[in-house]
Design a protein around this ligand. Structure first.
Ligand code: ATP
Ligand code: MG
Length: 484
């Protein structure tokens, strides 16, 4: 059956040089066309049988449909189709949560799984993530796909010897290959990773200011200020920690400061929170000065700021003396309110201050507040543009940090810790356009070492004006310095 071609394998057929040494080539066998068709048919039948074995529910549905068609013709099938559609529409109207859980989410996951399955081989090979072993390309295994409205989480089982870093280095290629804006690599269990592929930017549009919570709803361990990329609420903890917000000019640090103040307003009005503002630039916190005058204090001049901070240190130490031996934790009460010290542009006070004495006083007070304040109900929130250690050498005294748009790739690691950028905190790639990029940042949440992309709601000048009018005029002032 097989015609063996002889001669070709030991000569150089087209070489006119009679002295050329012979070149050995593999023998060529010609397979008859019929055999090729038979093998392909057999292969398709095996594949079909394997598919039927792996999808028993689908087989059952197809069998029932075929039976219905045989017994009732097209009318029966049309009636069934309309009954199923009506059922789905009613489920969507009556129990949208069930519809999401049992219909739309599984369908979306399945559809996305199919999408990744189709592109998997090509993308893995072209990005160089399918290493060759014994002459064959070995592909990482596409294990599972969970699709949210804007983000897909793709679980991947690595090829032996691969590490998450291999994928992190090729994240850009993966994102483009799978038609996503961003691809982040999350470590799962050993040998398994999750690719987080962002299909649609849920944070592309600015959000209006969040409603002010009622007094009972204000939780100082979870103050709502915006939204996370997966659509969940982004809350910030202030009680029991200190917060550093770093972002280049125009990155939207103001919306975090005002968002936090807004979320604490009812607690301030109830006398449970005191807010002291240090505003060396005179541009940010001055706008709602009446709030600080009523529920705390305000200072803009560097000398006055040093005094304000030193007074806060004295209050804090007095409180610590009173708590000593009695309680180890602080619960806000009108007698011992939670005190938030907000410092905008902290670098003006700690790095660019020409008066060395003043600078040292300010730094000493800030260092004391950040090292001793946590347990007695004192919290420092600081905003700065340049996160380098020379600018703020007490950077590490802030346990919680938010990194907004930054100028250089290395700065994300300075704020969020080593490896943050490799894990997806691409602060240098946040848009500098206020509409799409202001207020967007990365944060490390308590439960997750990987940075999460968030956006603060925009607290506009009108919102601040309304807050000032409602909360800072005509209401009794509770906040008074304990030392006074
Ligand atoms: N969360 C937000 N959503 C949409 N737009 C915002 C948001 N926050 C701020 N902006 C826009 O970005 C502009 C700059 O914001 P902001 O003044 O807060 O920046 P900044 O980081 O404090 O800058 P600087 O360091 O220069 O003070 C604002 O005028 C506003 O138009
Ligand atoms: Mg500002």
């Amino acid at each position: 059956m097989r015609g063996r071609v002889t001669g070709e394998q030991y000569t150089q057929i087209d070489n006119p040089d009679p002295f050329a040494s012979p070149v050995w080539r593999s023998p060529v066998y010609r397979t008859p066309e019929l055999v090729i068709w038979l093998v392909q048919l057999l292969r398709s039948l095996v594949r079909l049988a394997w598919f039927l074995i792996r999808h028993p529910l689908l087989d059952l549905a197809a069998a029932m449909l075929a039976l219905l068609w045989l017994h009732t013709g097209w009318r029966g099938v049309a009636a069934l189709a309309s009954a199923v559609s009506t059922g789905l529409v009613m489920l969507r109207a009556r129990r949208p949560d069930w519809f999401t859980r049992f219909v739309s989410t599984p369908v979306r996951c399945r559809w996305r799984w199919w999408f990744y399955r189709r592109h998997w081989h090509a993308v893995m090979t072209i990005t160089g993530l399918a290493p060759a072993y014994r002459g064959r390309a070995v592909l990482p295994v596409l294990a599972d796909v969970t699709a949210a409205p804007c983000t897909d989480r793709v679980t991947v089982r690595l090829v032996s010897g691969q590490s998450p870093k291999h994928f992190a280095d090729r994240a850009e290629g993966l994102a483009h290959g799978f038609k996503a804006y961003l691809c982040r690599v999350r470590t799962h269990t050993p040998g398994t990773i999750t690719l987080e592929l962002v299909r649609r930017d849920a944070l592309a549009e600015p959000m209006p200011a969040l409603p002010i919570p009622d007094a009972a709803g204000a939780d100082l361990r979870a103050l709502p200020v915006g939204r996370c990329e997966d659509g969940s609420a982004f809350t910030v903890r202030l009680h029991g920690t200190h917060l550093l917000i770093a972002g280049a000019t125009g990155a939207g640090k103001g919306s975090y400061l005002w968002g936090l103040i807004r979320a604490m307003l009812p607690a301030m009005a109830a006398g449970l929170v005191r807010a002291c503002a240090c505003d060396p630039k005179l541009m940010e916190l001055a706008f709602g000065r009446a709030i600080f005058d009523r529920y705390g204090s305000y200072a803009a001049d560097p000398g006055a700021i040093a005094e304000l901070l030193e007074a806060a240190v004295a209050d804090m130490q007095e409180r610590a003396r009173r708590f000593a031996g009695r309680q180890r934790d602080h619960t806000p009460t009108p007698e011992y309110p939670f005190t938030v010290i907000i410092v905008d542009e902290i670098a003006f006070l700690t790095a660019y201050q020409a008066d060395r004495k003043l600078k040292d006083r300010t730094l000493a007070a800030l260092a004391t507040l950040t090292t001793q304040g946590r347990a007695v109900g004192y919290c420092v929130i600081a905003a700065l543009q340049d996160p380098r250690k020379e600018v703020l050498n007490i950077r590490n005294l802030f346990p919680d940090k938010i990194a907004l748009r930054l100028d250089e790739p290395g700065q994300a690691d300075m704020v969020l810790g080593d490896g943050a950028r490799d894990r997806g905190a691409v602060c240098d790639q946040i848009s500098s356009g206020p509409r799409t990029g202001a207020g967007v940042g990365f944060v490390r949440l308590e439960a997750d070492p990987d940075p999460v992309r968030v956006r603060a709601a925009f607290v506009s000048d009108d919102d601040i004006r309304a807050m000032t009018t409602t909360y800072a005029t005509g209401m009794p002032a509770h906040a008074e310095s304990e030392a006074a």
